[in-house]
Design a protein around this ligand. Structure first.
Ligand code: GLN
Length: 490
């Protein structure tokens, strides 16, 4: 059951081969046994999980099960959960019990999914290694001395080690795709606006988007179908008909199921910056796509290299504004001793935020300040427009775009801890997609020379989720990279 796919779990639950309570207990026991080594969870909610599982069992007995009823999952600790600690990986919120559910959390509850708890993450989702968490680094299940990627590293590690079959995440500049790649699982970041940001603690609001982790594209499709949908409480939520991403995968596949699919290979992604073992695995995967009937065409994203400077101006600018709400007045940490109000703000924020968050707030405040706004922020916005236009031009010649998710496999814990810029550079292949608001998916496509997973990134046009998931699913029907598990998963 630990390694079962979501459709297999569904069948087992519906056939009463296992109850939801038994299933939740199975995963809770695994978290108990393995999480001390991984540190993937900040909060394990045994009581809540068992209560939800009992309710799910009743619903199944009544013949009213939805696709996720009774299925255990984990939420990134960026999502507000009513009555459950919601820390965002920060000391600032280390005492914050949310009074309400995020939209995504509410939808999954209503679907009857069983939340096992909240997963560890980079503080306020800022990072690419999950080392900036107040709750300590998450370990990569494939090699415990490696990073799992960030910022949704806890969710990715939990799914890879089978501490949960599926998990939610968020992706501002790669935080679903990059940890999925590093942990050897599948992750999808949808089109901006598809998943409500209500109750998802904001980092950079114009880039943040909720996403899904699973072992396979099919599991991601089932989770995403339940997460997506219009929400009037998020002003950027898009009103469009709901899609059943999983049903679309069930269509019978011929010998060449991707016949007619045109895959664009951006020249700039393949030119330099990719480690040899990543390149080998990515090229082999593209060959498999050709075997499935897809054709490939070279495309160009001339401004993609500017994604790093543009992103690392825009994201800090938005974060400096978003994080101003953490002032010790209404919720979260407050300094124990202070003089006047200004001193209280200062001490609270000095104590509550870690180094990376402070660095971003400083950078963000600087680029928005009088005299620098035009030089930095406005310029970055212009670059953002150019980057988005590049993708639209490229997508004239292809249906999806493929390339690496990351330049290398997972690096060693501590390796970049003192070099933030080096870490920012590792986001080179993921940031542009958020700047353009496009959907992106990462799927495991091989192992590097160190035995660690390599991710293949697929990028689609707006609302191309179904196409991405279908392509990844067809690939997974003829390959077994997505079924490989780290030794710790047993
Ligand atoms: N690594 C990027 C950053 O630190 C992306 C993080 C994310 O997507 N939340 O901003």
């Amino acid at each position: 059951m630990i390694h079962a796919s979501l459709p297999e779990l569904r069948r087992a639950l519906d056939a009463r081969q296992i109850s939801s309570v038994e299933l939740a207990t199975l995963f809770l026991d695994r978290i108990d046994a393995l999480d001390p080594q991984l540190n993937a969870f900040v909060t394990v909610d045994c009581e809540g999980a068992l209560a939800a599982a009992r309710a799910a069992d009743e619903r199944i007995a009544a013949g009213q099960a939805a696709p996720l009823t009774g299925i255990p999952l984990a939420h990134k600790d960026v999502f507000c959960t009513e009555g459950v600690l919601t820390t965002c990986g920060s000391k600032m919120l280390s005492n914050f019990v949310s009074p309400y559910d995020a939209h995504v959390v509410g939808l999954l509850k209503a679907a009857g999914a069983v939340s096992l708890g909240k997963t560890n993450m980079d503080e306020f989702a800022m990072g690419s290694s999950n080392e900036s968490s107040f709750y300590g680094a998450v370990k990569n299940p494939w090699k415990l001395d490696r990073v799992p990627g960030g910022s949704s590293g806890g969710s990715a590690a939990a799914v890879a080690a089978r501490l949960a079959p599926i998990a939610t995440g968020t992706d501002t500049g790669g935080s679903v795709r990059q940890p999925a790649a590093f942990c050897g699982i599948t992750g999808i970041k949808p089109t901006y606006g598809l998943v409500s940001r209500y109750g998802m603690i904001a980092y950079a609001s114009s880039l943040d988007q909720g996403g899904a982790f699973g072992a396979s594209a099919e599991d991601c499709a089932l989770l995403l179908s339940a997460m997506a949908g219009f929400d009037p409480r998020d002003s950027t939520s898009l009103e469009r008909p709901a899609e059943d991403y999983a049903a679309a995968l069930a269509a019978p596949a011929g010998a060449r199921p991707l016949e007619g699919l045109r895959i664009g290979l951006p020249r700039e992604f393949f030119a330099e910056g990719m480690a040899d073992d990543v390149r080998t695995a990515v090229n082999a995967a593209i060959e498999q796509y050709r075997a499935l009937g897809a054709t490939t065409v070279e495309v160009s994203l001339p401004n993609a290299r500017l994604a790093i400077p543009a992103y690392y101006v825009i994201a800090p600018a938005e974060c400096s504004s978003n994080l101003s709400r953490f002032d010790g007045v209404r919720y979260g940490h407050r300094a124990a001793e202070y003089g006047d109000l200004a001193d209280m703000y200062g001490k609270t924020r000095a104590e509550g935020f870690g180094a990376e968050v402070k660095r971003r707030i400083l950078v963000g405040t600087y680029v928005l300040s009088h005299g620098y706004y035009d030089a930095y922020y406005l310029q970055a916005q212009r670059l953002r427009r150019l980057i988005a236009q590049d993708f639209q031009a490229a997508l004239q010649h292809c249906d999806i775009i493929a390339g690496p998710t990351t330049p290398t496999t997972a690096w060693a814990l501590g390796q970049m801890a003192d070099d933030p810029v080096q870490m920012y550079l590792s986001d080179i292949f993921t940031l542009a997609i958020n700047l353009a608001g496009l959907p992106g998916l990462s799927q495991p496509c091989g192992l590097g020379s160190d035995g660690l997973p390599v991710g293949l990134q697929l990028i689609g046009d707006y609302f191309g989720e179904s196409r991405l998931l279908n392509a990844a699913h067809r690939f997974q029907q003829i390959t077994d990279w997505h079924t490989r598990r780290p030794a710790i998963a047993g």
